[in-house]
Design a protein around this ligand. Structure first.
Ligand code: AMP
Length: 398
């Protein structure tokens, strides 16, 4: 049985077709720069990759093009579109309404539309793709898998902001957290692998272009570093992470710009990029190799922000059994892992740094020593698989 996974960003659409009998992706790709003159369509299956430029006006057109590629007589992986038995959609924000994934009906769509306010760039694309699938593939169940749902188990003292209470009551302003599918996948995978009794207290570090940490007790999230939006928390590729909110007004005054512009700067021109003019971690590492001091500072700040969260989550969890690294940086950058892990000896962390540097990529690996009180694990994430599994479960697919 095949499931289509759709992950729509504000101007992109990532997709995968997953064969659920063996949970392997048989095709995948991305449509980028939707709505611009430079739209780009990538389609991959087996070892083949096809890529071409073509104007793609909107997400609905993007979906139509993807389906045409999947069903192409020569290079398609589907004989017919009826092979798709369910569609899983990554949806940015659940608000407080969905504590888990959900089969989409009219009421679910209505609530998602109400929650557009929490993600004005992403939510319209997510909703648009669901509605397009309802039209293009009538009768096929659509399941919404939210980036925030996994974190809705947080207690009130962890998720509330200390601002006037009525803002929570009236506008639902609070911490929500993101990357939920990734934190869920790696925390479940590590519990399956090492045994739930050895993983009662986990910290998951999803480190990529966007980065977040989650504290997970007995399988449930008790705290996470992102907030109402993905801007809060760690230093990231282009996001500032935590700053004094008064900085917003200060920048607006000295640069003579409005609040929206300051937020754009904090989201798009800050983080690694703000410090060293480079947002991609691999390129930041190259600059460091060439002796660039600001690049070194950017990653030192990144590691510093992660250590602070690890320390506070250690206290919140009442100890730590397992520390998991995932995401593009967490899985691949031994340099960043070393920066983060150095100095954690006080928590009982003892790392085999040779193994950290030489481990085989893409394979779950324990990089702590036998004597370490905390197991330190590198584990590839698979958000699409979480979405596909939930599509089978909530779409009642047999
Ligand atoms: P993601 O958002 O999870 O796809 O992660 C993307 C980030 O991972 C980018 O900043 C990449 O530069 C970074 N990344 C991927 N591979 C490596 C690597 N070998 N060393 C350092 N950073 C990497």
């Amino acid at each position: 049985m095949k499931v289509l996974v759709v992950n729509a960003g504000s101007s992109s659409l990532k997709y995968q077709v997953i064969e659920m009998d063996n949970e392997i992706a048989v095709a995948s790709g991305i449509v980028e720069q939707i709505g611009s003159e430079n739209s780009n369509i990538v389609y991959k299956h087996d070892d083949k990759k096809y890529e071409h430029n073509e104007i793609v006006a909107d997400h609905i057109t993007a979906l139509q093009k993807v389906i045409a590629l999947l069903c192409d007589k020569e290079n398609g992986v589907l004989k017919d579109i009826s092979e798709i038995k369910g569609i899983g959609h990554r949806v940015l924000h659940s608000g407080e309404d969905f504590t888990d994934s959900v089969l989409v009906d009219e009421n679910v769509l209505k609530i998602c539309k109400k929650n557009k306010v929490f993600g004005p760039l992403h939510m319209p694309a997510n909703i648009g793709c669901i509605e397009a699938c309802q039209n293009i593939l009538p009768g096929v169940p659509n399941v919404a898998v939210f980036d925030t749902s996994f974190h809705l188990t947080m207690e009130k003292d962890a998720y509330m902001y200390a601002i006037p209470y009525e803002y929570y009551e009236k506008y639902k302003i609070r911490k929500y957290g993101f990357h939920g599918t990734s934190h869920k996948y790696v925390s479940e995978a590590v519990r399956d692998w090492l045994g739930a009794e050895n993983c009662k207290k986990i910290i998951t570090c999803h480190l990529g272009n966007g980065s977040s940490l989650a504290a997970i007790k007995d399988g449930k999230c008790i705290d996470t570093s992102m907030g109402l939006t993905p801007l809060e928390g760690l230093v990231m590729g282009t996001r500032s992470g935590d700053i004094d909110p008064a900085v917003v007004e200060f920048i607006a005054t000295v640069k003579k710009v409005d609040v929206q512009e300051v937020l754009r700067i904090l989201n798009k021109e800050s983080g690694f990029f703000g410090i060293c003019r480079e947002s991609d971690c691999r390129r930041v590492c190259k600059l460091i190799d060439a002796g660039d001091e600001k690049a070194k500072l950017a990653l030192d700040m990144f590691a510093h922000s992660i250590k602070k969260y690890i320390g506070s989550y250690f206290i919140e969890l009442g100890g730590l059994d397992t520390l998991v690294f995932t995401g593009g940086i967490g899985e691949n950058s031994d340099y960043c892992r070393k920066l983060i892990l150095t100095g954690l000896e006080c928590l009982g962390v003892d790392v085999d740094f040779d193994l950290n540097a030489n481990m085989k990529r893409g394979i779950p690996t324990v990089i702590s020593t036998e004597k370490s009180k905390v197991k330190v694990v590198v584990l590839p994430t698979n958000e699409e698989l979480v979405i596909a599994r939930d599509t089978v479960k909530f779409g009642n697919l047999k």
